[in-house]
Design a protein around this ligand. Structure first.
Ligand SMILES: Cc1cc2nc3c(=O)[nH]c(=O)nc-3n(C[C@H](O)[C@H](O)[C@H](O)COP(=O)(O)OP(=O)(O)OC[C@H]3O[C@@H](n4cnc5c(N)ncnc54)[C@H](O)[C@@H]3O)c2cc1C
Length: 365
């Protein structure tokens, strides 16, 4: 059920079993899973369409390392930041998916703070379910499971191993969730509803009330037995820090909230130049392609456990992006847009081209 908070009356307070803050992929999945089992209110800062006023709420000052910026990396609208996904899957907007590795849960790997309170096995059943929800193939990310004739992974070295990303379209994930929520009588999706404060009970350990602001409307509240923050990495931390500082919630007792920010910086410095045409053919596993069952996969070179442990490094993967020859790029740049699609560009899809060695001069890693 969709409710626009702009239509709420003065002094509205809604009561519910579970209040989920944020209707991005995380919030929508959780709401759809809980629908029918309990009463759910899903509060979303944006509307059903992109709105400049909602996007402006992402703004913030940047300090420290160079970063693309909050506007380029965050989005406020139903379906959240998935509106910015920029991986092309069968001509549609999509995402790369990959589960965490077992070592990601352990101390080391460049992290000064403690281990996760659980390990990878704890998540196995949820990951398997997520594969289904995201419209992906089986929970298999080692290359061996996806090898096929003509697209075989390279032999691993122990330090460097072959694995895959699975890819799926935004539509495959979001369309079923959205229709389940629109039909549900137990899930209320409230748009134009920005949570501005979490209020706790006397002990400071339980959120009892959420204060919500609506553009052009009056402040209103949700009272819930359970509250789930699914507002995205930056906004979850902002809300918790604000709650800790302003409303007496013990929301940052560890002092770690906001300090574990994780992104995926990219380094494109390395160029790989295959010496022979055969080496292009031998690299086809590492281009975007359909694996068994028709699922989209992309081979990647990952750091093996031995490399991660020996180097005490954070996890990383390398993918191969074809580089068109300079002469080809020049021709392409003067063609009208409609003709350009017949000329190979860079990135993925290169393995479908006959004579790749004549069109490309290597791979950006
Ligand atoms: C260009 C780009 C490409 C990406 N590609 C990939 C990819 O290929 N694979 C991948 O796994 N990830 C990718 N991501 C990361 C992407 O952010 C996540 O996949 C996904 O969107 C996270 O979902 P989420 O629900 O946790 O958060 P979000 O999608 O950020 O959703 C959070 C929601 O909470 C709402 N909200 C925020 N604050 C409040 C508040 N105070 N009150 C109420 N509502 C609030 C927001 O409006 C938003 O709708 C990409 C990100 C970008 C920018």
């Amino acid at each position: 059920m969709l409710l626009d908070a702009k239509r709420f009356n003065v002094g509205t307070t809604l009561d519910t079993d579970v209040c989920i803050v944020g209707a991005g992929p995380a919030g929508l999945v959780l709401a759809a899973e809980l629908g029918g089992r309990c009463d759910v209110i899903l509060v979303e800062s944006g509307g059903d369409h992109a709105e400049p006023d909602a996007r402006a709420l992402n703004d913030g000052d940047l300090i420290g390392d160079e970063y693309a910026g909050l506007d380029a990396t965050r989005h406020r609208q139903v379906a959240g930041t998935s509106h910015l996904w920029n991986t092309s899957v069968a001509g549609a907007h999509g995402a790369k998916y990959v589960p965490l590795d077992a070592l990601d849960f352990q101390r080391g790997s460049g992290r000064p703070f403690g281990d996760w309170p659980f390990g990878l096995t704890e998540l196995h059943d949820d990951y398997a379910r997520a594969q289904h929800i995201c419209g992906l193939g089986p929970l298999a990310y080692d290359a061996a499971a996806w090898a096929q004739t003509g697209r075989e992974p390279w032999a691993g070295t122990g330090m460097l191993v072959s694995r895959v990303y699975q890819l799926g379209t935004r539509q495959a994930l979001l369309a079923p969730l959205r229709s389940a929520i629109d039909r549900s009588t137990t899930v209320r999706l409230c748009t134009h509803a920005t949570v501005v404060a979490l209020h706790c009970d006397a002990g400071g350990r339980r959120v009892s009330r959420l204060a919500i602001a609506t553009p052009g409307g009056t402040p209103w509240n949700v009272r819930a037995r359970r509250v789930v923050l699914a507002a995205g990495a930056v906004e979850n931390a902002r809300l918790l820090l604000l709650a800790h500082d302003a409303t007496g919630c013990a929301a940052n007792a560890s002092g770690w909230v906001g300090r574990g920010f994780m992104e995926h910086p990219r380094d494109r410095a390395i160029i790989l130049r295959p010496r022979t045409a055969e080496l292009y053919a031998a690299s086809r596993f590492y281009d975007l392609h359909r694996g068994s069952g028709g699922h989209w996969i992309l081979g990647r070179l990952a750091l093996g456990d031995a490399a991660l442990q020996a180097g005490d490094m954070p996890n990383a993967s390398a993918t191969l992006l074809a580089r068109p020859r300079v002469a080809l790029e020049r021709v392409r740049s003067v063609l009208p847009l409609v003709a350009r699609r017949w000329m190979p560009g860079g990135g993925h899809g290169w393995s479908q081209r006959a004579r790749a060695a004549r069109l490309f001069d290597g791979f950006t890693i």
